[in-house]
Design a protein around this ligand. Structure first.
Ligand code: GLC
Length: 556
């Protein structure tokens, strides 16, 4: 399929090192058939919007057939498209049309678990204890005489237990099966050759259709301790369900699949690990290309913390020669304009609560400034749909409309993730804001989003959308920003982040009260108004300087 690549498409095999990647949550992007649910036709119709925004690639959240017990991360068939979203032909057309616009496609693969409706799991349930079909999963007898005690006390990423007990054909309690997420998402056994083979074939299936890469869901969780030890019980300090050494072999094998294509395909890991060196080990040259930098995403809006995160990120990536990624949000976390408008501006899943006081005007100023910072840092940039419109988290969804299992499994304490998954506003003054024509969107949109639509923002030079468009255009045309080295600038107070890229590009964010005098240079872009060459609080600027600024501490 590579021969068919259009001429205009950049052939740079290293494109993923500095790409801007836009995350499409299909269900909420644009509804092409007016049933209230976003779909591939909707994305195809809006490709010109994405091209104008200036992105290099799209990452699609899972688009496969699924009962949607967890937003589509419970897959029934990895080689087809959910009927809500369209057909395989629509996906192929979308991939090809995007390539015509020089936009690559990355899809989500979910190797840790499948849907409980997947034929493999249904077969395993029907086959009963001891059957080979159960070997593809983690079926286990319970502890105690009646087997009523769960096999381990491992805690689910969604809170609560990780085991569910089955019922035998006779209607009596049977074996338990493992699920790190919901019971509708049974974990696969990665020691089983079928599991490994199947997933490599899935990769080839999509790579053969022109997909440029995959985002690997829950990438550090696939392998489990077969001894079923509890956390902290192993002699070698290994964790029973996270970051196990055997994972690296799996990804080496995936890498050879990806490298087998004339234009090598890209592997992006969803890896939540505190230990930055263990994190970077996945990015060795024969493993994954990149992984999401969640450390930076979860930091509070504080200069010292962000500076420390940038340092440790760049330090950890350098020895493995992998680019860092910069991510302000995704479909799992609170929207930046909301988060940065709070007293606790960092992100932690367990901290989410209804009714947290938020100053949206402040959060928006800060999110604008942070968008300039991340776009100026070396590496790859991710933008979650709607962040370019400055959409806030929707926090007053009617409770009965919430779908996210995180909400239910927390006993209703955690609002869940639907608040960042509300359908995008495209035009008009009232819901559905051009998302669908007449149909009611699957999640209700706020009544006050008229000024946040694409149409309203496209004609306003001060809008978030205008800022994103200018920022991405400037990044694209600057060699320094795409390829230049990075160094902090000294001579600024502790609440200012100031760094240069290459010889002539400088980014400064003032997080302190006192306005900061701007060094000599031309303002390329500013996140807010400047006054008399002073950079006000919560404002960031890019400056083009005549030569390398003095005082740069080169960090290589
Ligand atoms: C990842 C996804 C999240 C999903 C979970 C289970 O963290 O980003 O949305 O719920 O995996 O698949």
């Amino acid at each position: 399929m590579d021969e068919a690549v259009p001429v205009r498409f950049t052939q740079d095999a290293e494109w993923w090192r500095s790409a801007v990647i836009y995350q499409v949550y299909v269900r909420s992007f644009a509804d092409g058939d007016d049933d209230g649910i976003g779909d591939l036709r909707g994305v195809r119709e809006r490709l010109p919007y994405l091209a104008e925004l200036g992105v290099d690639a799209l990452w699609f959240n899972p688009w496969y057939p699924s009962p949607f017990a967890d937003g589509g991360y419970d897959i029934v068939d990895y080689r087809s498209i959910h009927p809500w979203f369209g057909s395989l032909e629509d996906a192929e057309a979308l991939i090809a049309e995007a390539r015509e616009l020089s936009i690559r496609t990355i899809i989500d693969v979910v190797p840790n678990h499948i849907s409980d409706q997947h034929p493999w799991f249904q077969e395993a349930l029907a086959a009963g204890p001891g059957a080979p079909a159960r070997e593809r999963f983690w079926f286990h007898p319970g502890k105690g005489e009646d087997g009523a005690t769960i096999p381990t006390r491992w805690v689910s990423s969604f809170q609560g237990s990780t085991w569910t007990r089955t019922t035998t054909a006779e209607g009596t309690p049977g074996e338990w099966y493992l699920h790190l997420f919901t019971p509708e998402q049974p974990d696969l056994n990665w020691n089983h050759p079928d599991v490994r083979r199947e997933h490599e074939e899935i990769l080839r299936f999509w790579f053969d259709r022109g997909v440029a890469g995959v985002r690997i869901d829950s990438a550090a969780l696939l392998v489990k301790d077969p001894e079923l030890l509890e956390v902290g019980e192993s002699a070698d300090g290994s964790h029973p369900i996270q970051d196990r050494d055997e994972l690296h072999d799996i990804y080496r094998s995936w890498r050879s699949v990806a490298d087998g294509y004339p234009e090598p395909r890209v592997l992006v890991g969803e890896i939540w690990l505190d230990d930055v060196d263990r994190f970077a080990a996945y990015l060795r040259p024969d493993e994954l290309h990149t992984a999401f930098n969640f450390d930076f995403m979860t930091r509070p809006y504080l200069a010292a913390s962000l500076r420390e995160s940038i340092d440790r990120t760049l330090r950890a990536h350098a020895p493995v020669s992998a680019p860092s990624t910069w991510v302000l949000s995704n479909h799992d976390v609170t929207r930046p304009v909301t988060r940065y408008g709070r007293e606790k501006s960092g992100f932690a899943f367990l901290d989410k609560r209804f009714g947290t006081p938020t100053d949206l005007a402040l959060g928006t100023r800060r999110a604008r400034a942070m968008s300039l910072v991340v776009a100026a840092l070396p590496g790859c940039l991710y933008i979650y749909q709607g962040d370019e419109l400055g959409l806030p988290e929707v926090e007053d969804l009617p409770l009965e409309r919430i779908e996210d299992p995180m909400h239910y499994r927390s006993g209703g304490v955690d609002p869940g993730r639907d608040g960042c998954r509300v359908p995008l506003p495209w035009s008009g003054g009232l819901p559905p804001y051009g998302f669908s024509e007449l149909a009611e969107p699957w999640l209700p949109q706020p009544d006050d989003w008229g000024s946040r639509t694409v149409a309203a923002q496209a004609s306003d030079p001060h809008s978030m959308l205008a800022l994103y468009r200018r920022t991405l255009a400037a990044r694209r045309s600057s060699d320094a920003l795409r390829h230049g080295d990075f160094a902090w600038l000294t001579g600024f107070s502790a609440d200012v982040l100031a760094f240069r890229r290459g010889d002539d590009m400088v980014c400064i964010l003032n997080m302190g009260e006192t306005p900061v005098p701007l060094p000599a240079g031309d303002v390329v872009i500013a996140s807010g108004p400047l006054s008399d060459d002073l950079l006000p609080r919560d404002t960031a600027v890019w400056l083009q300087t005549a030569s390398a600024p003095v005082d740069a501490e080169n960090q290589g």
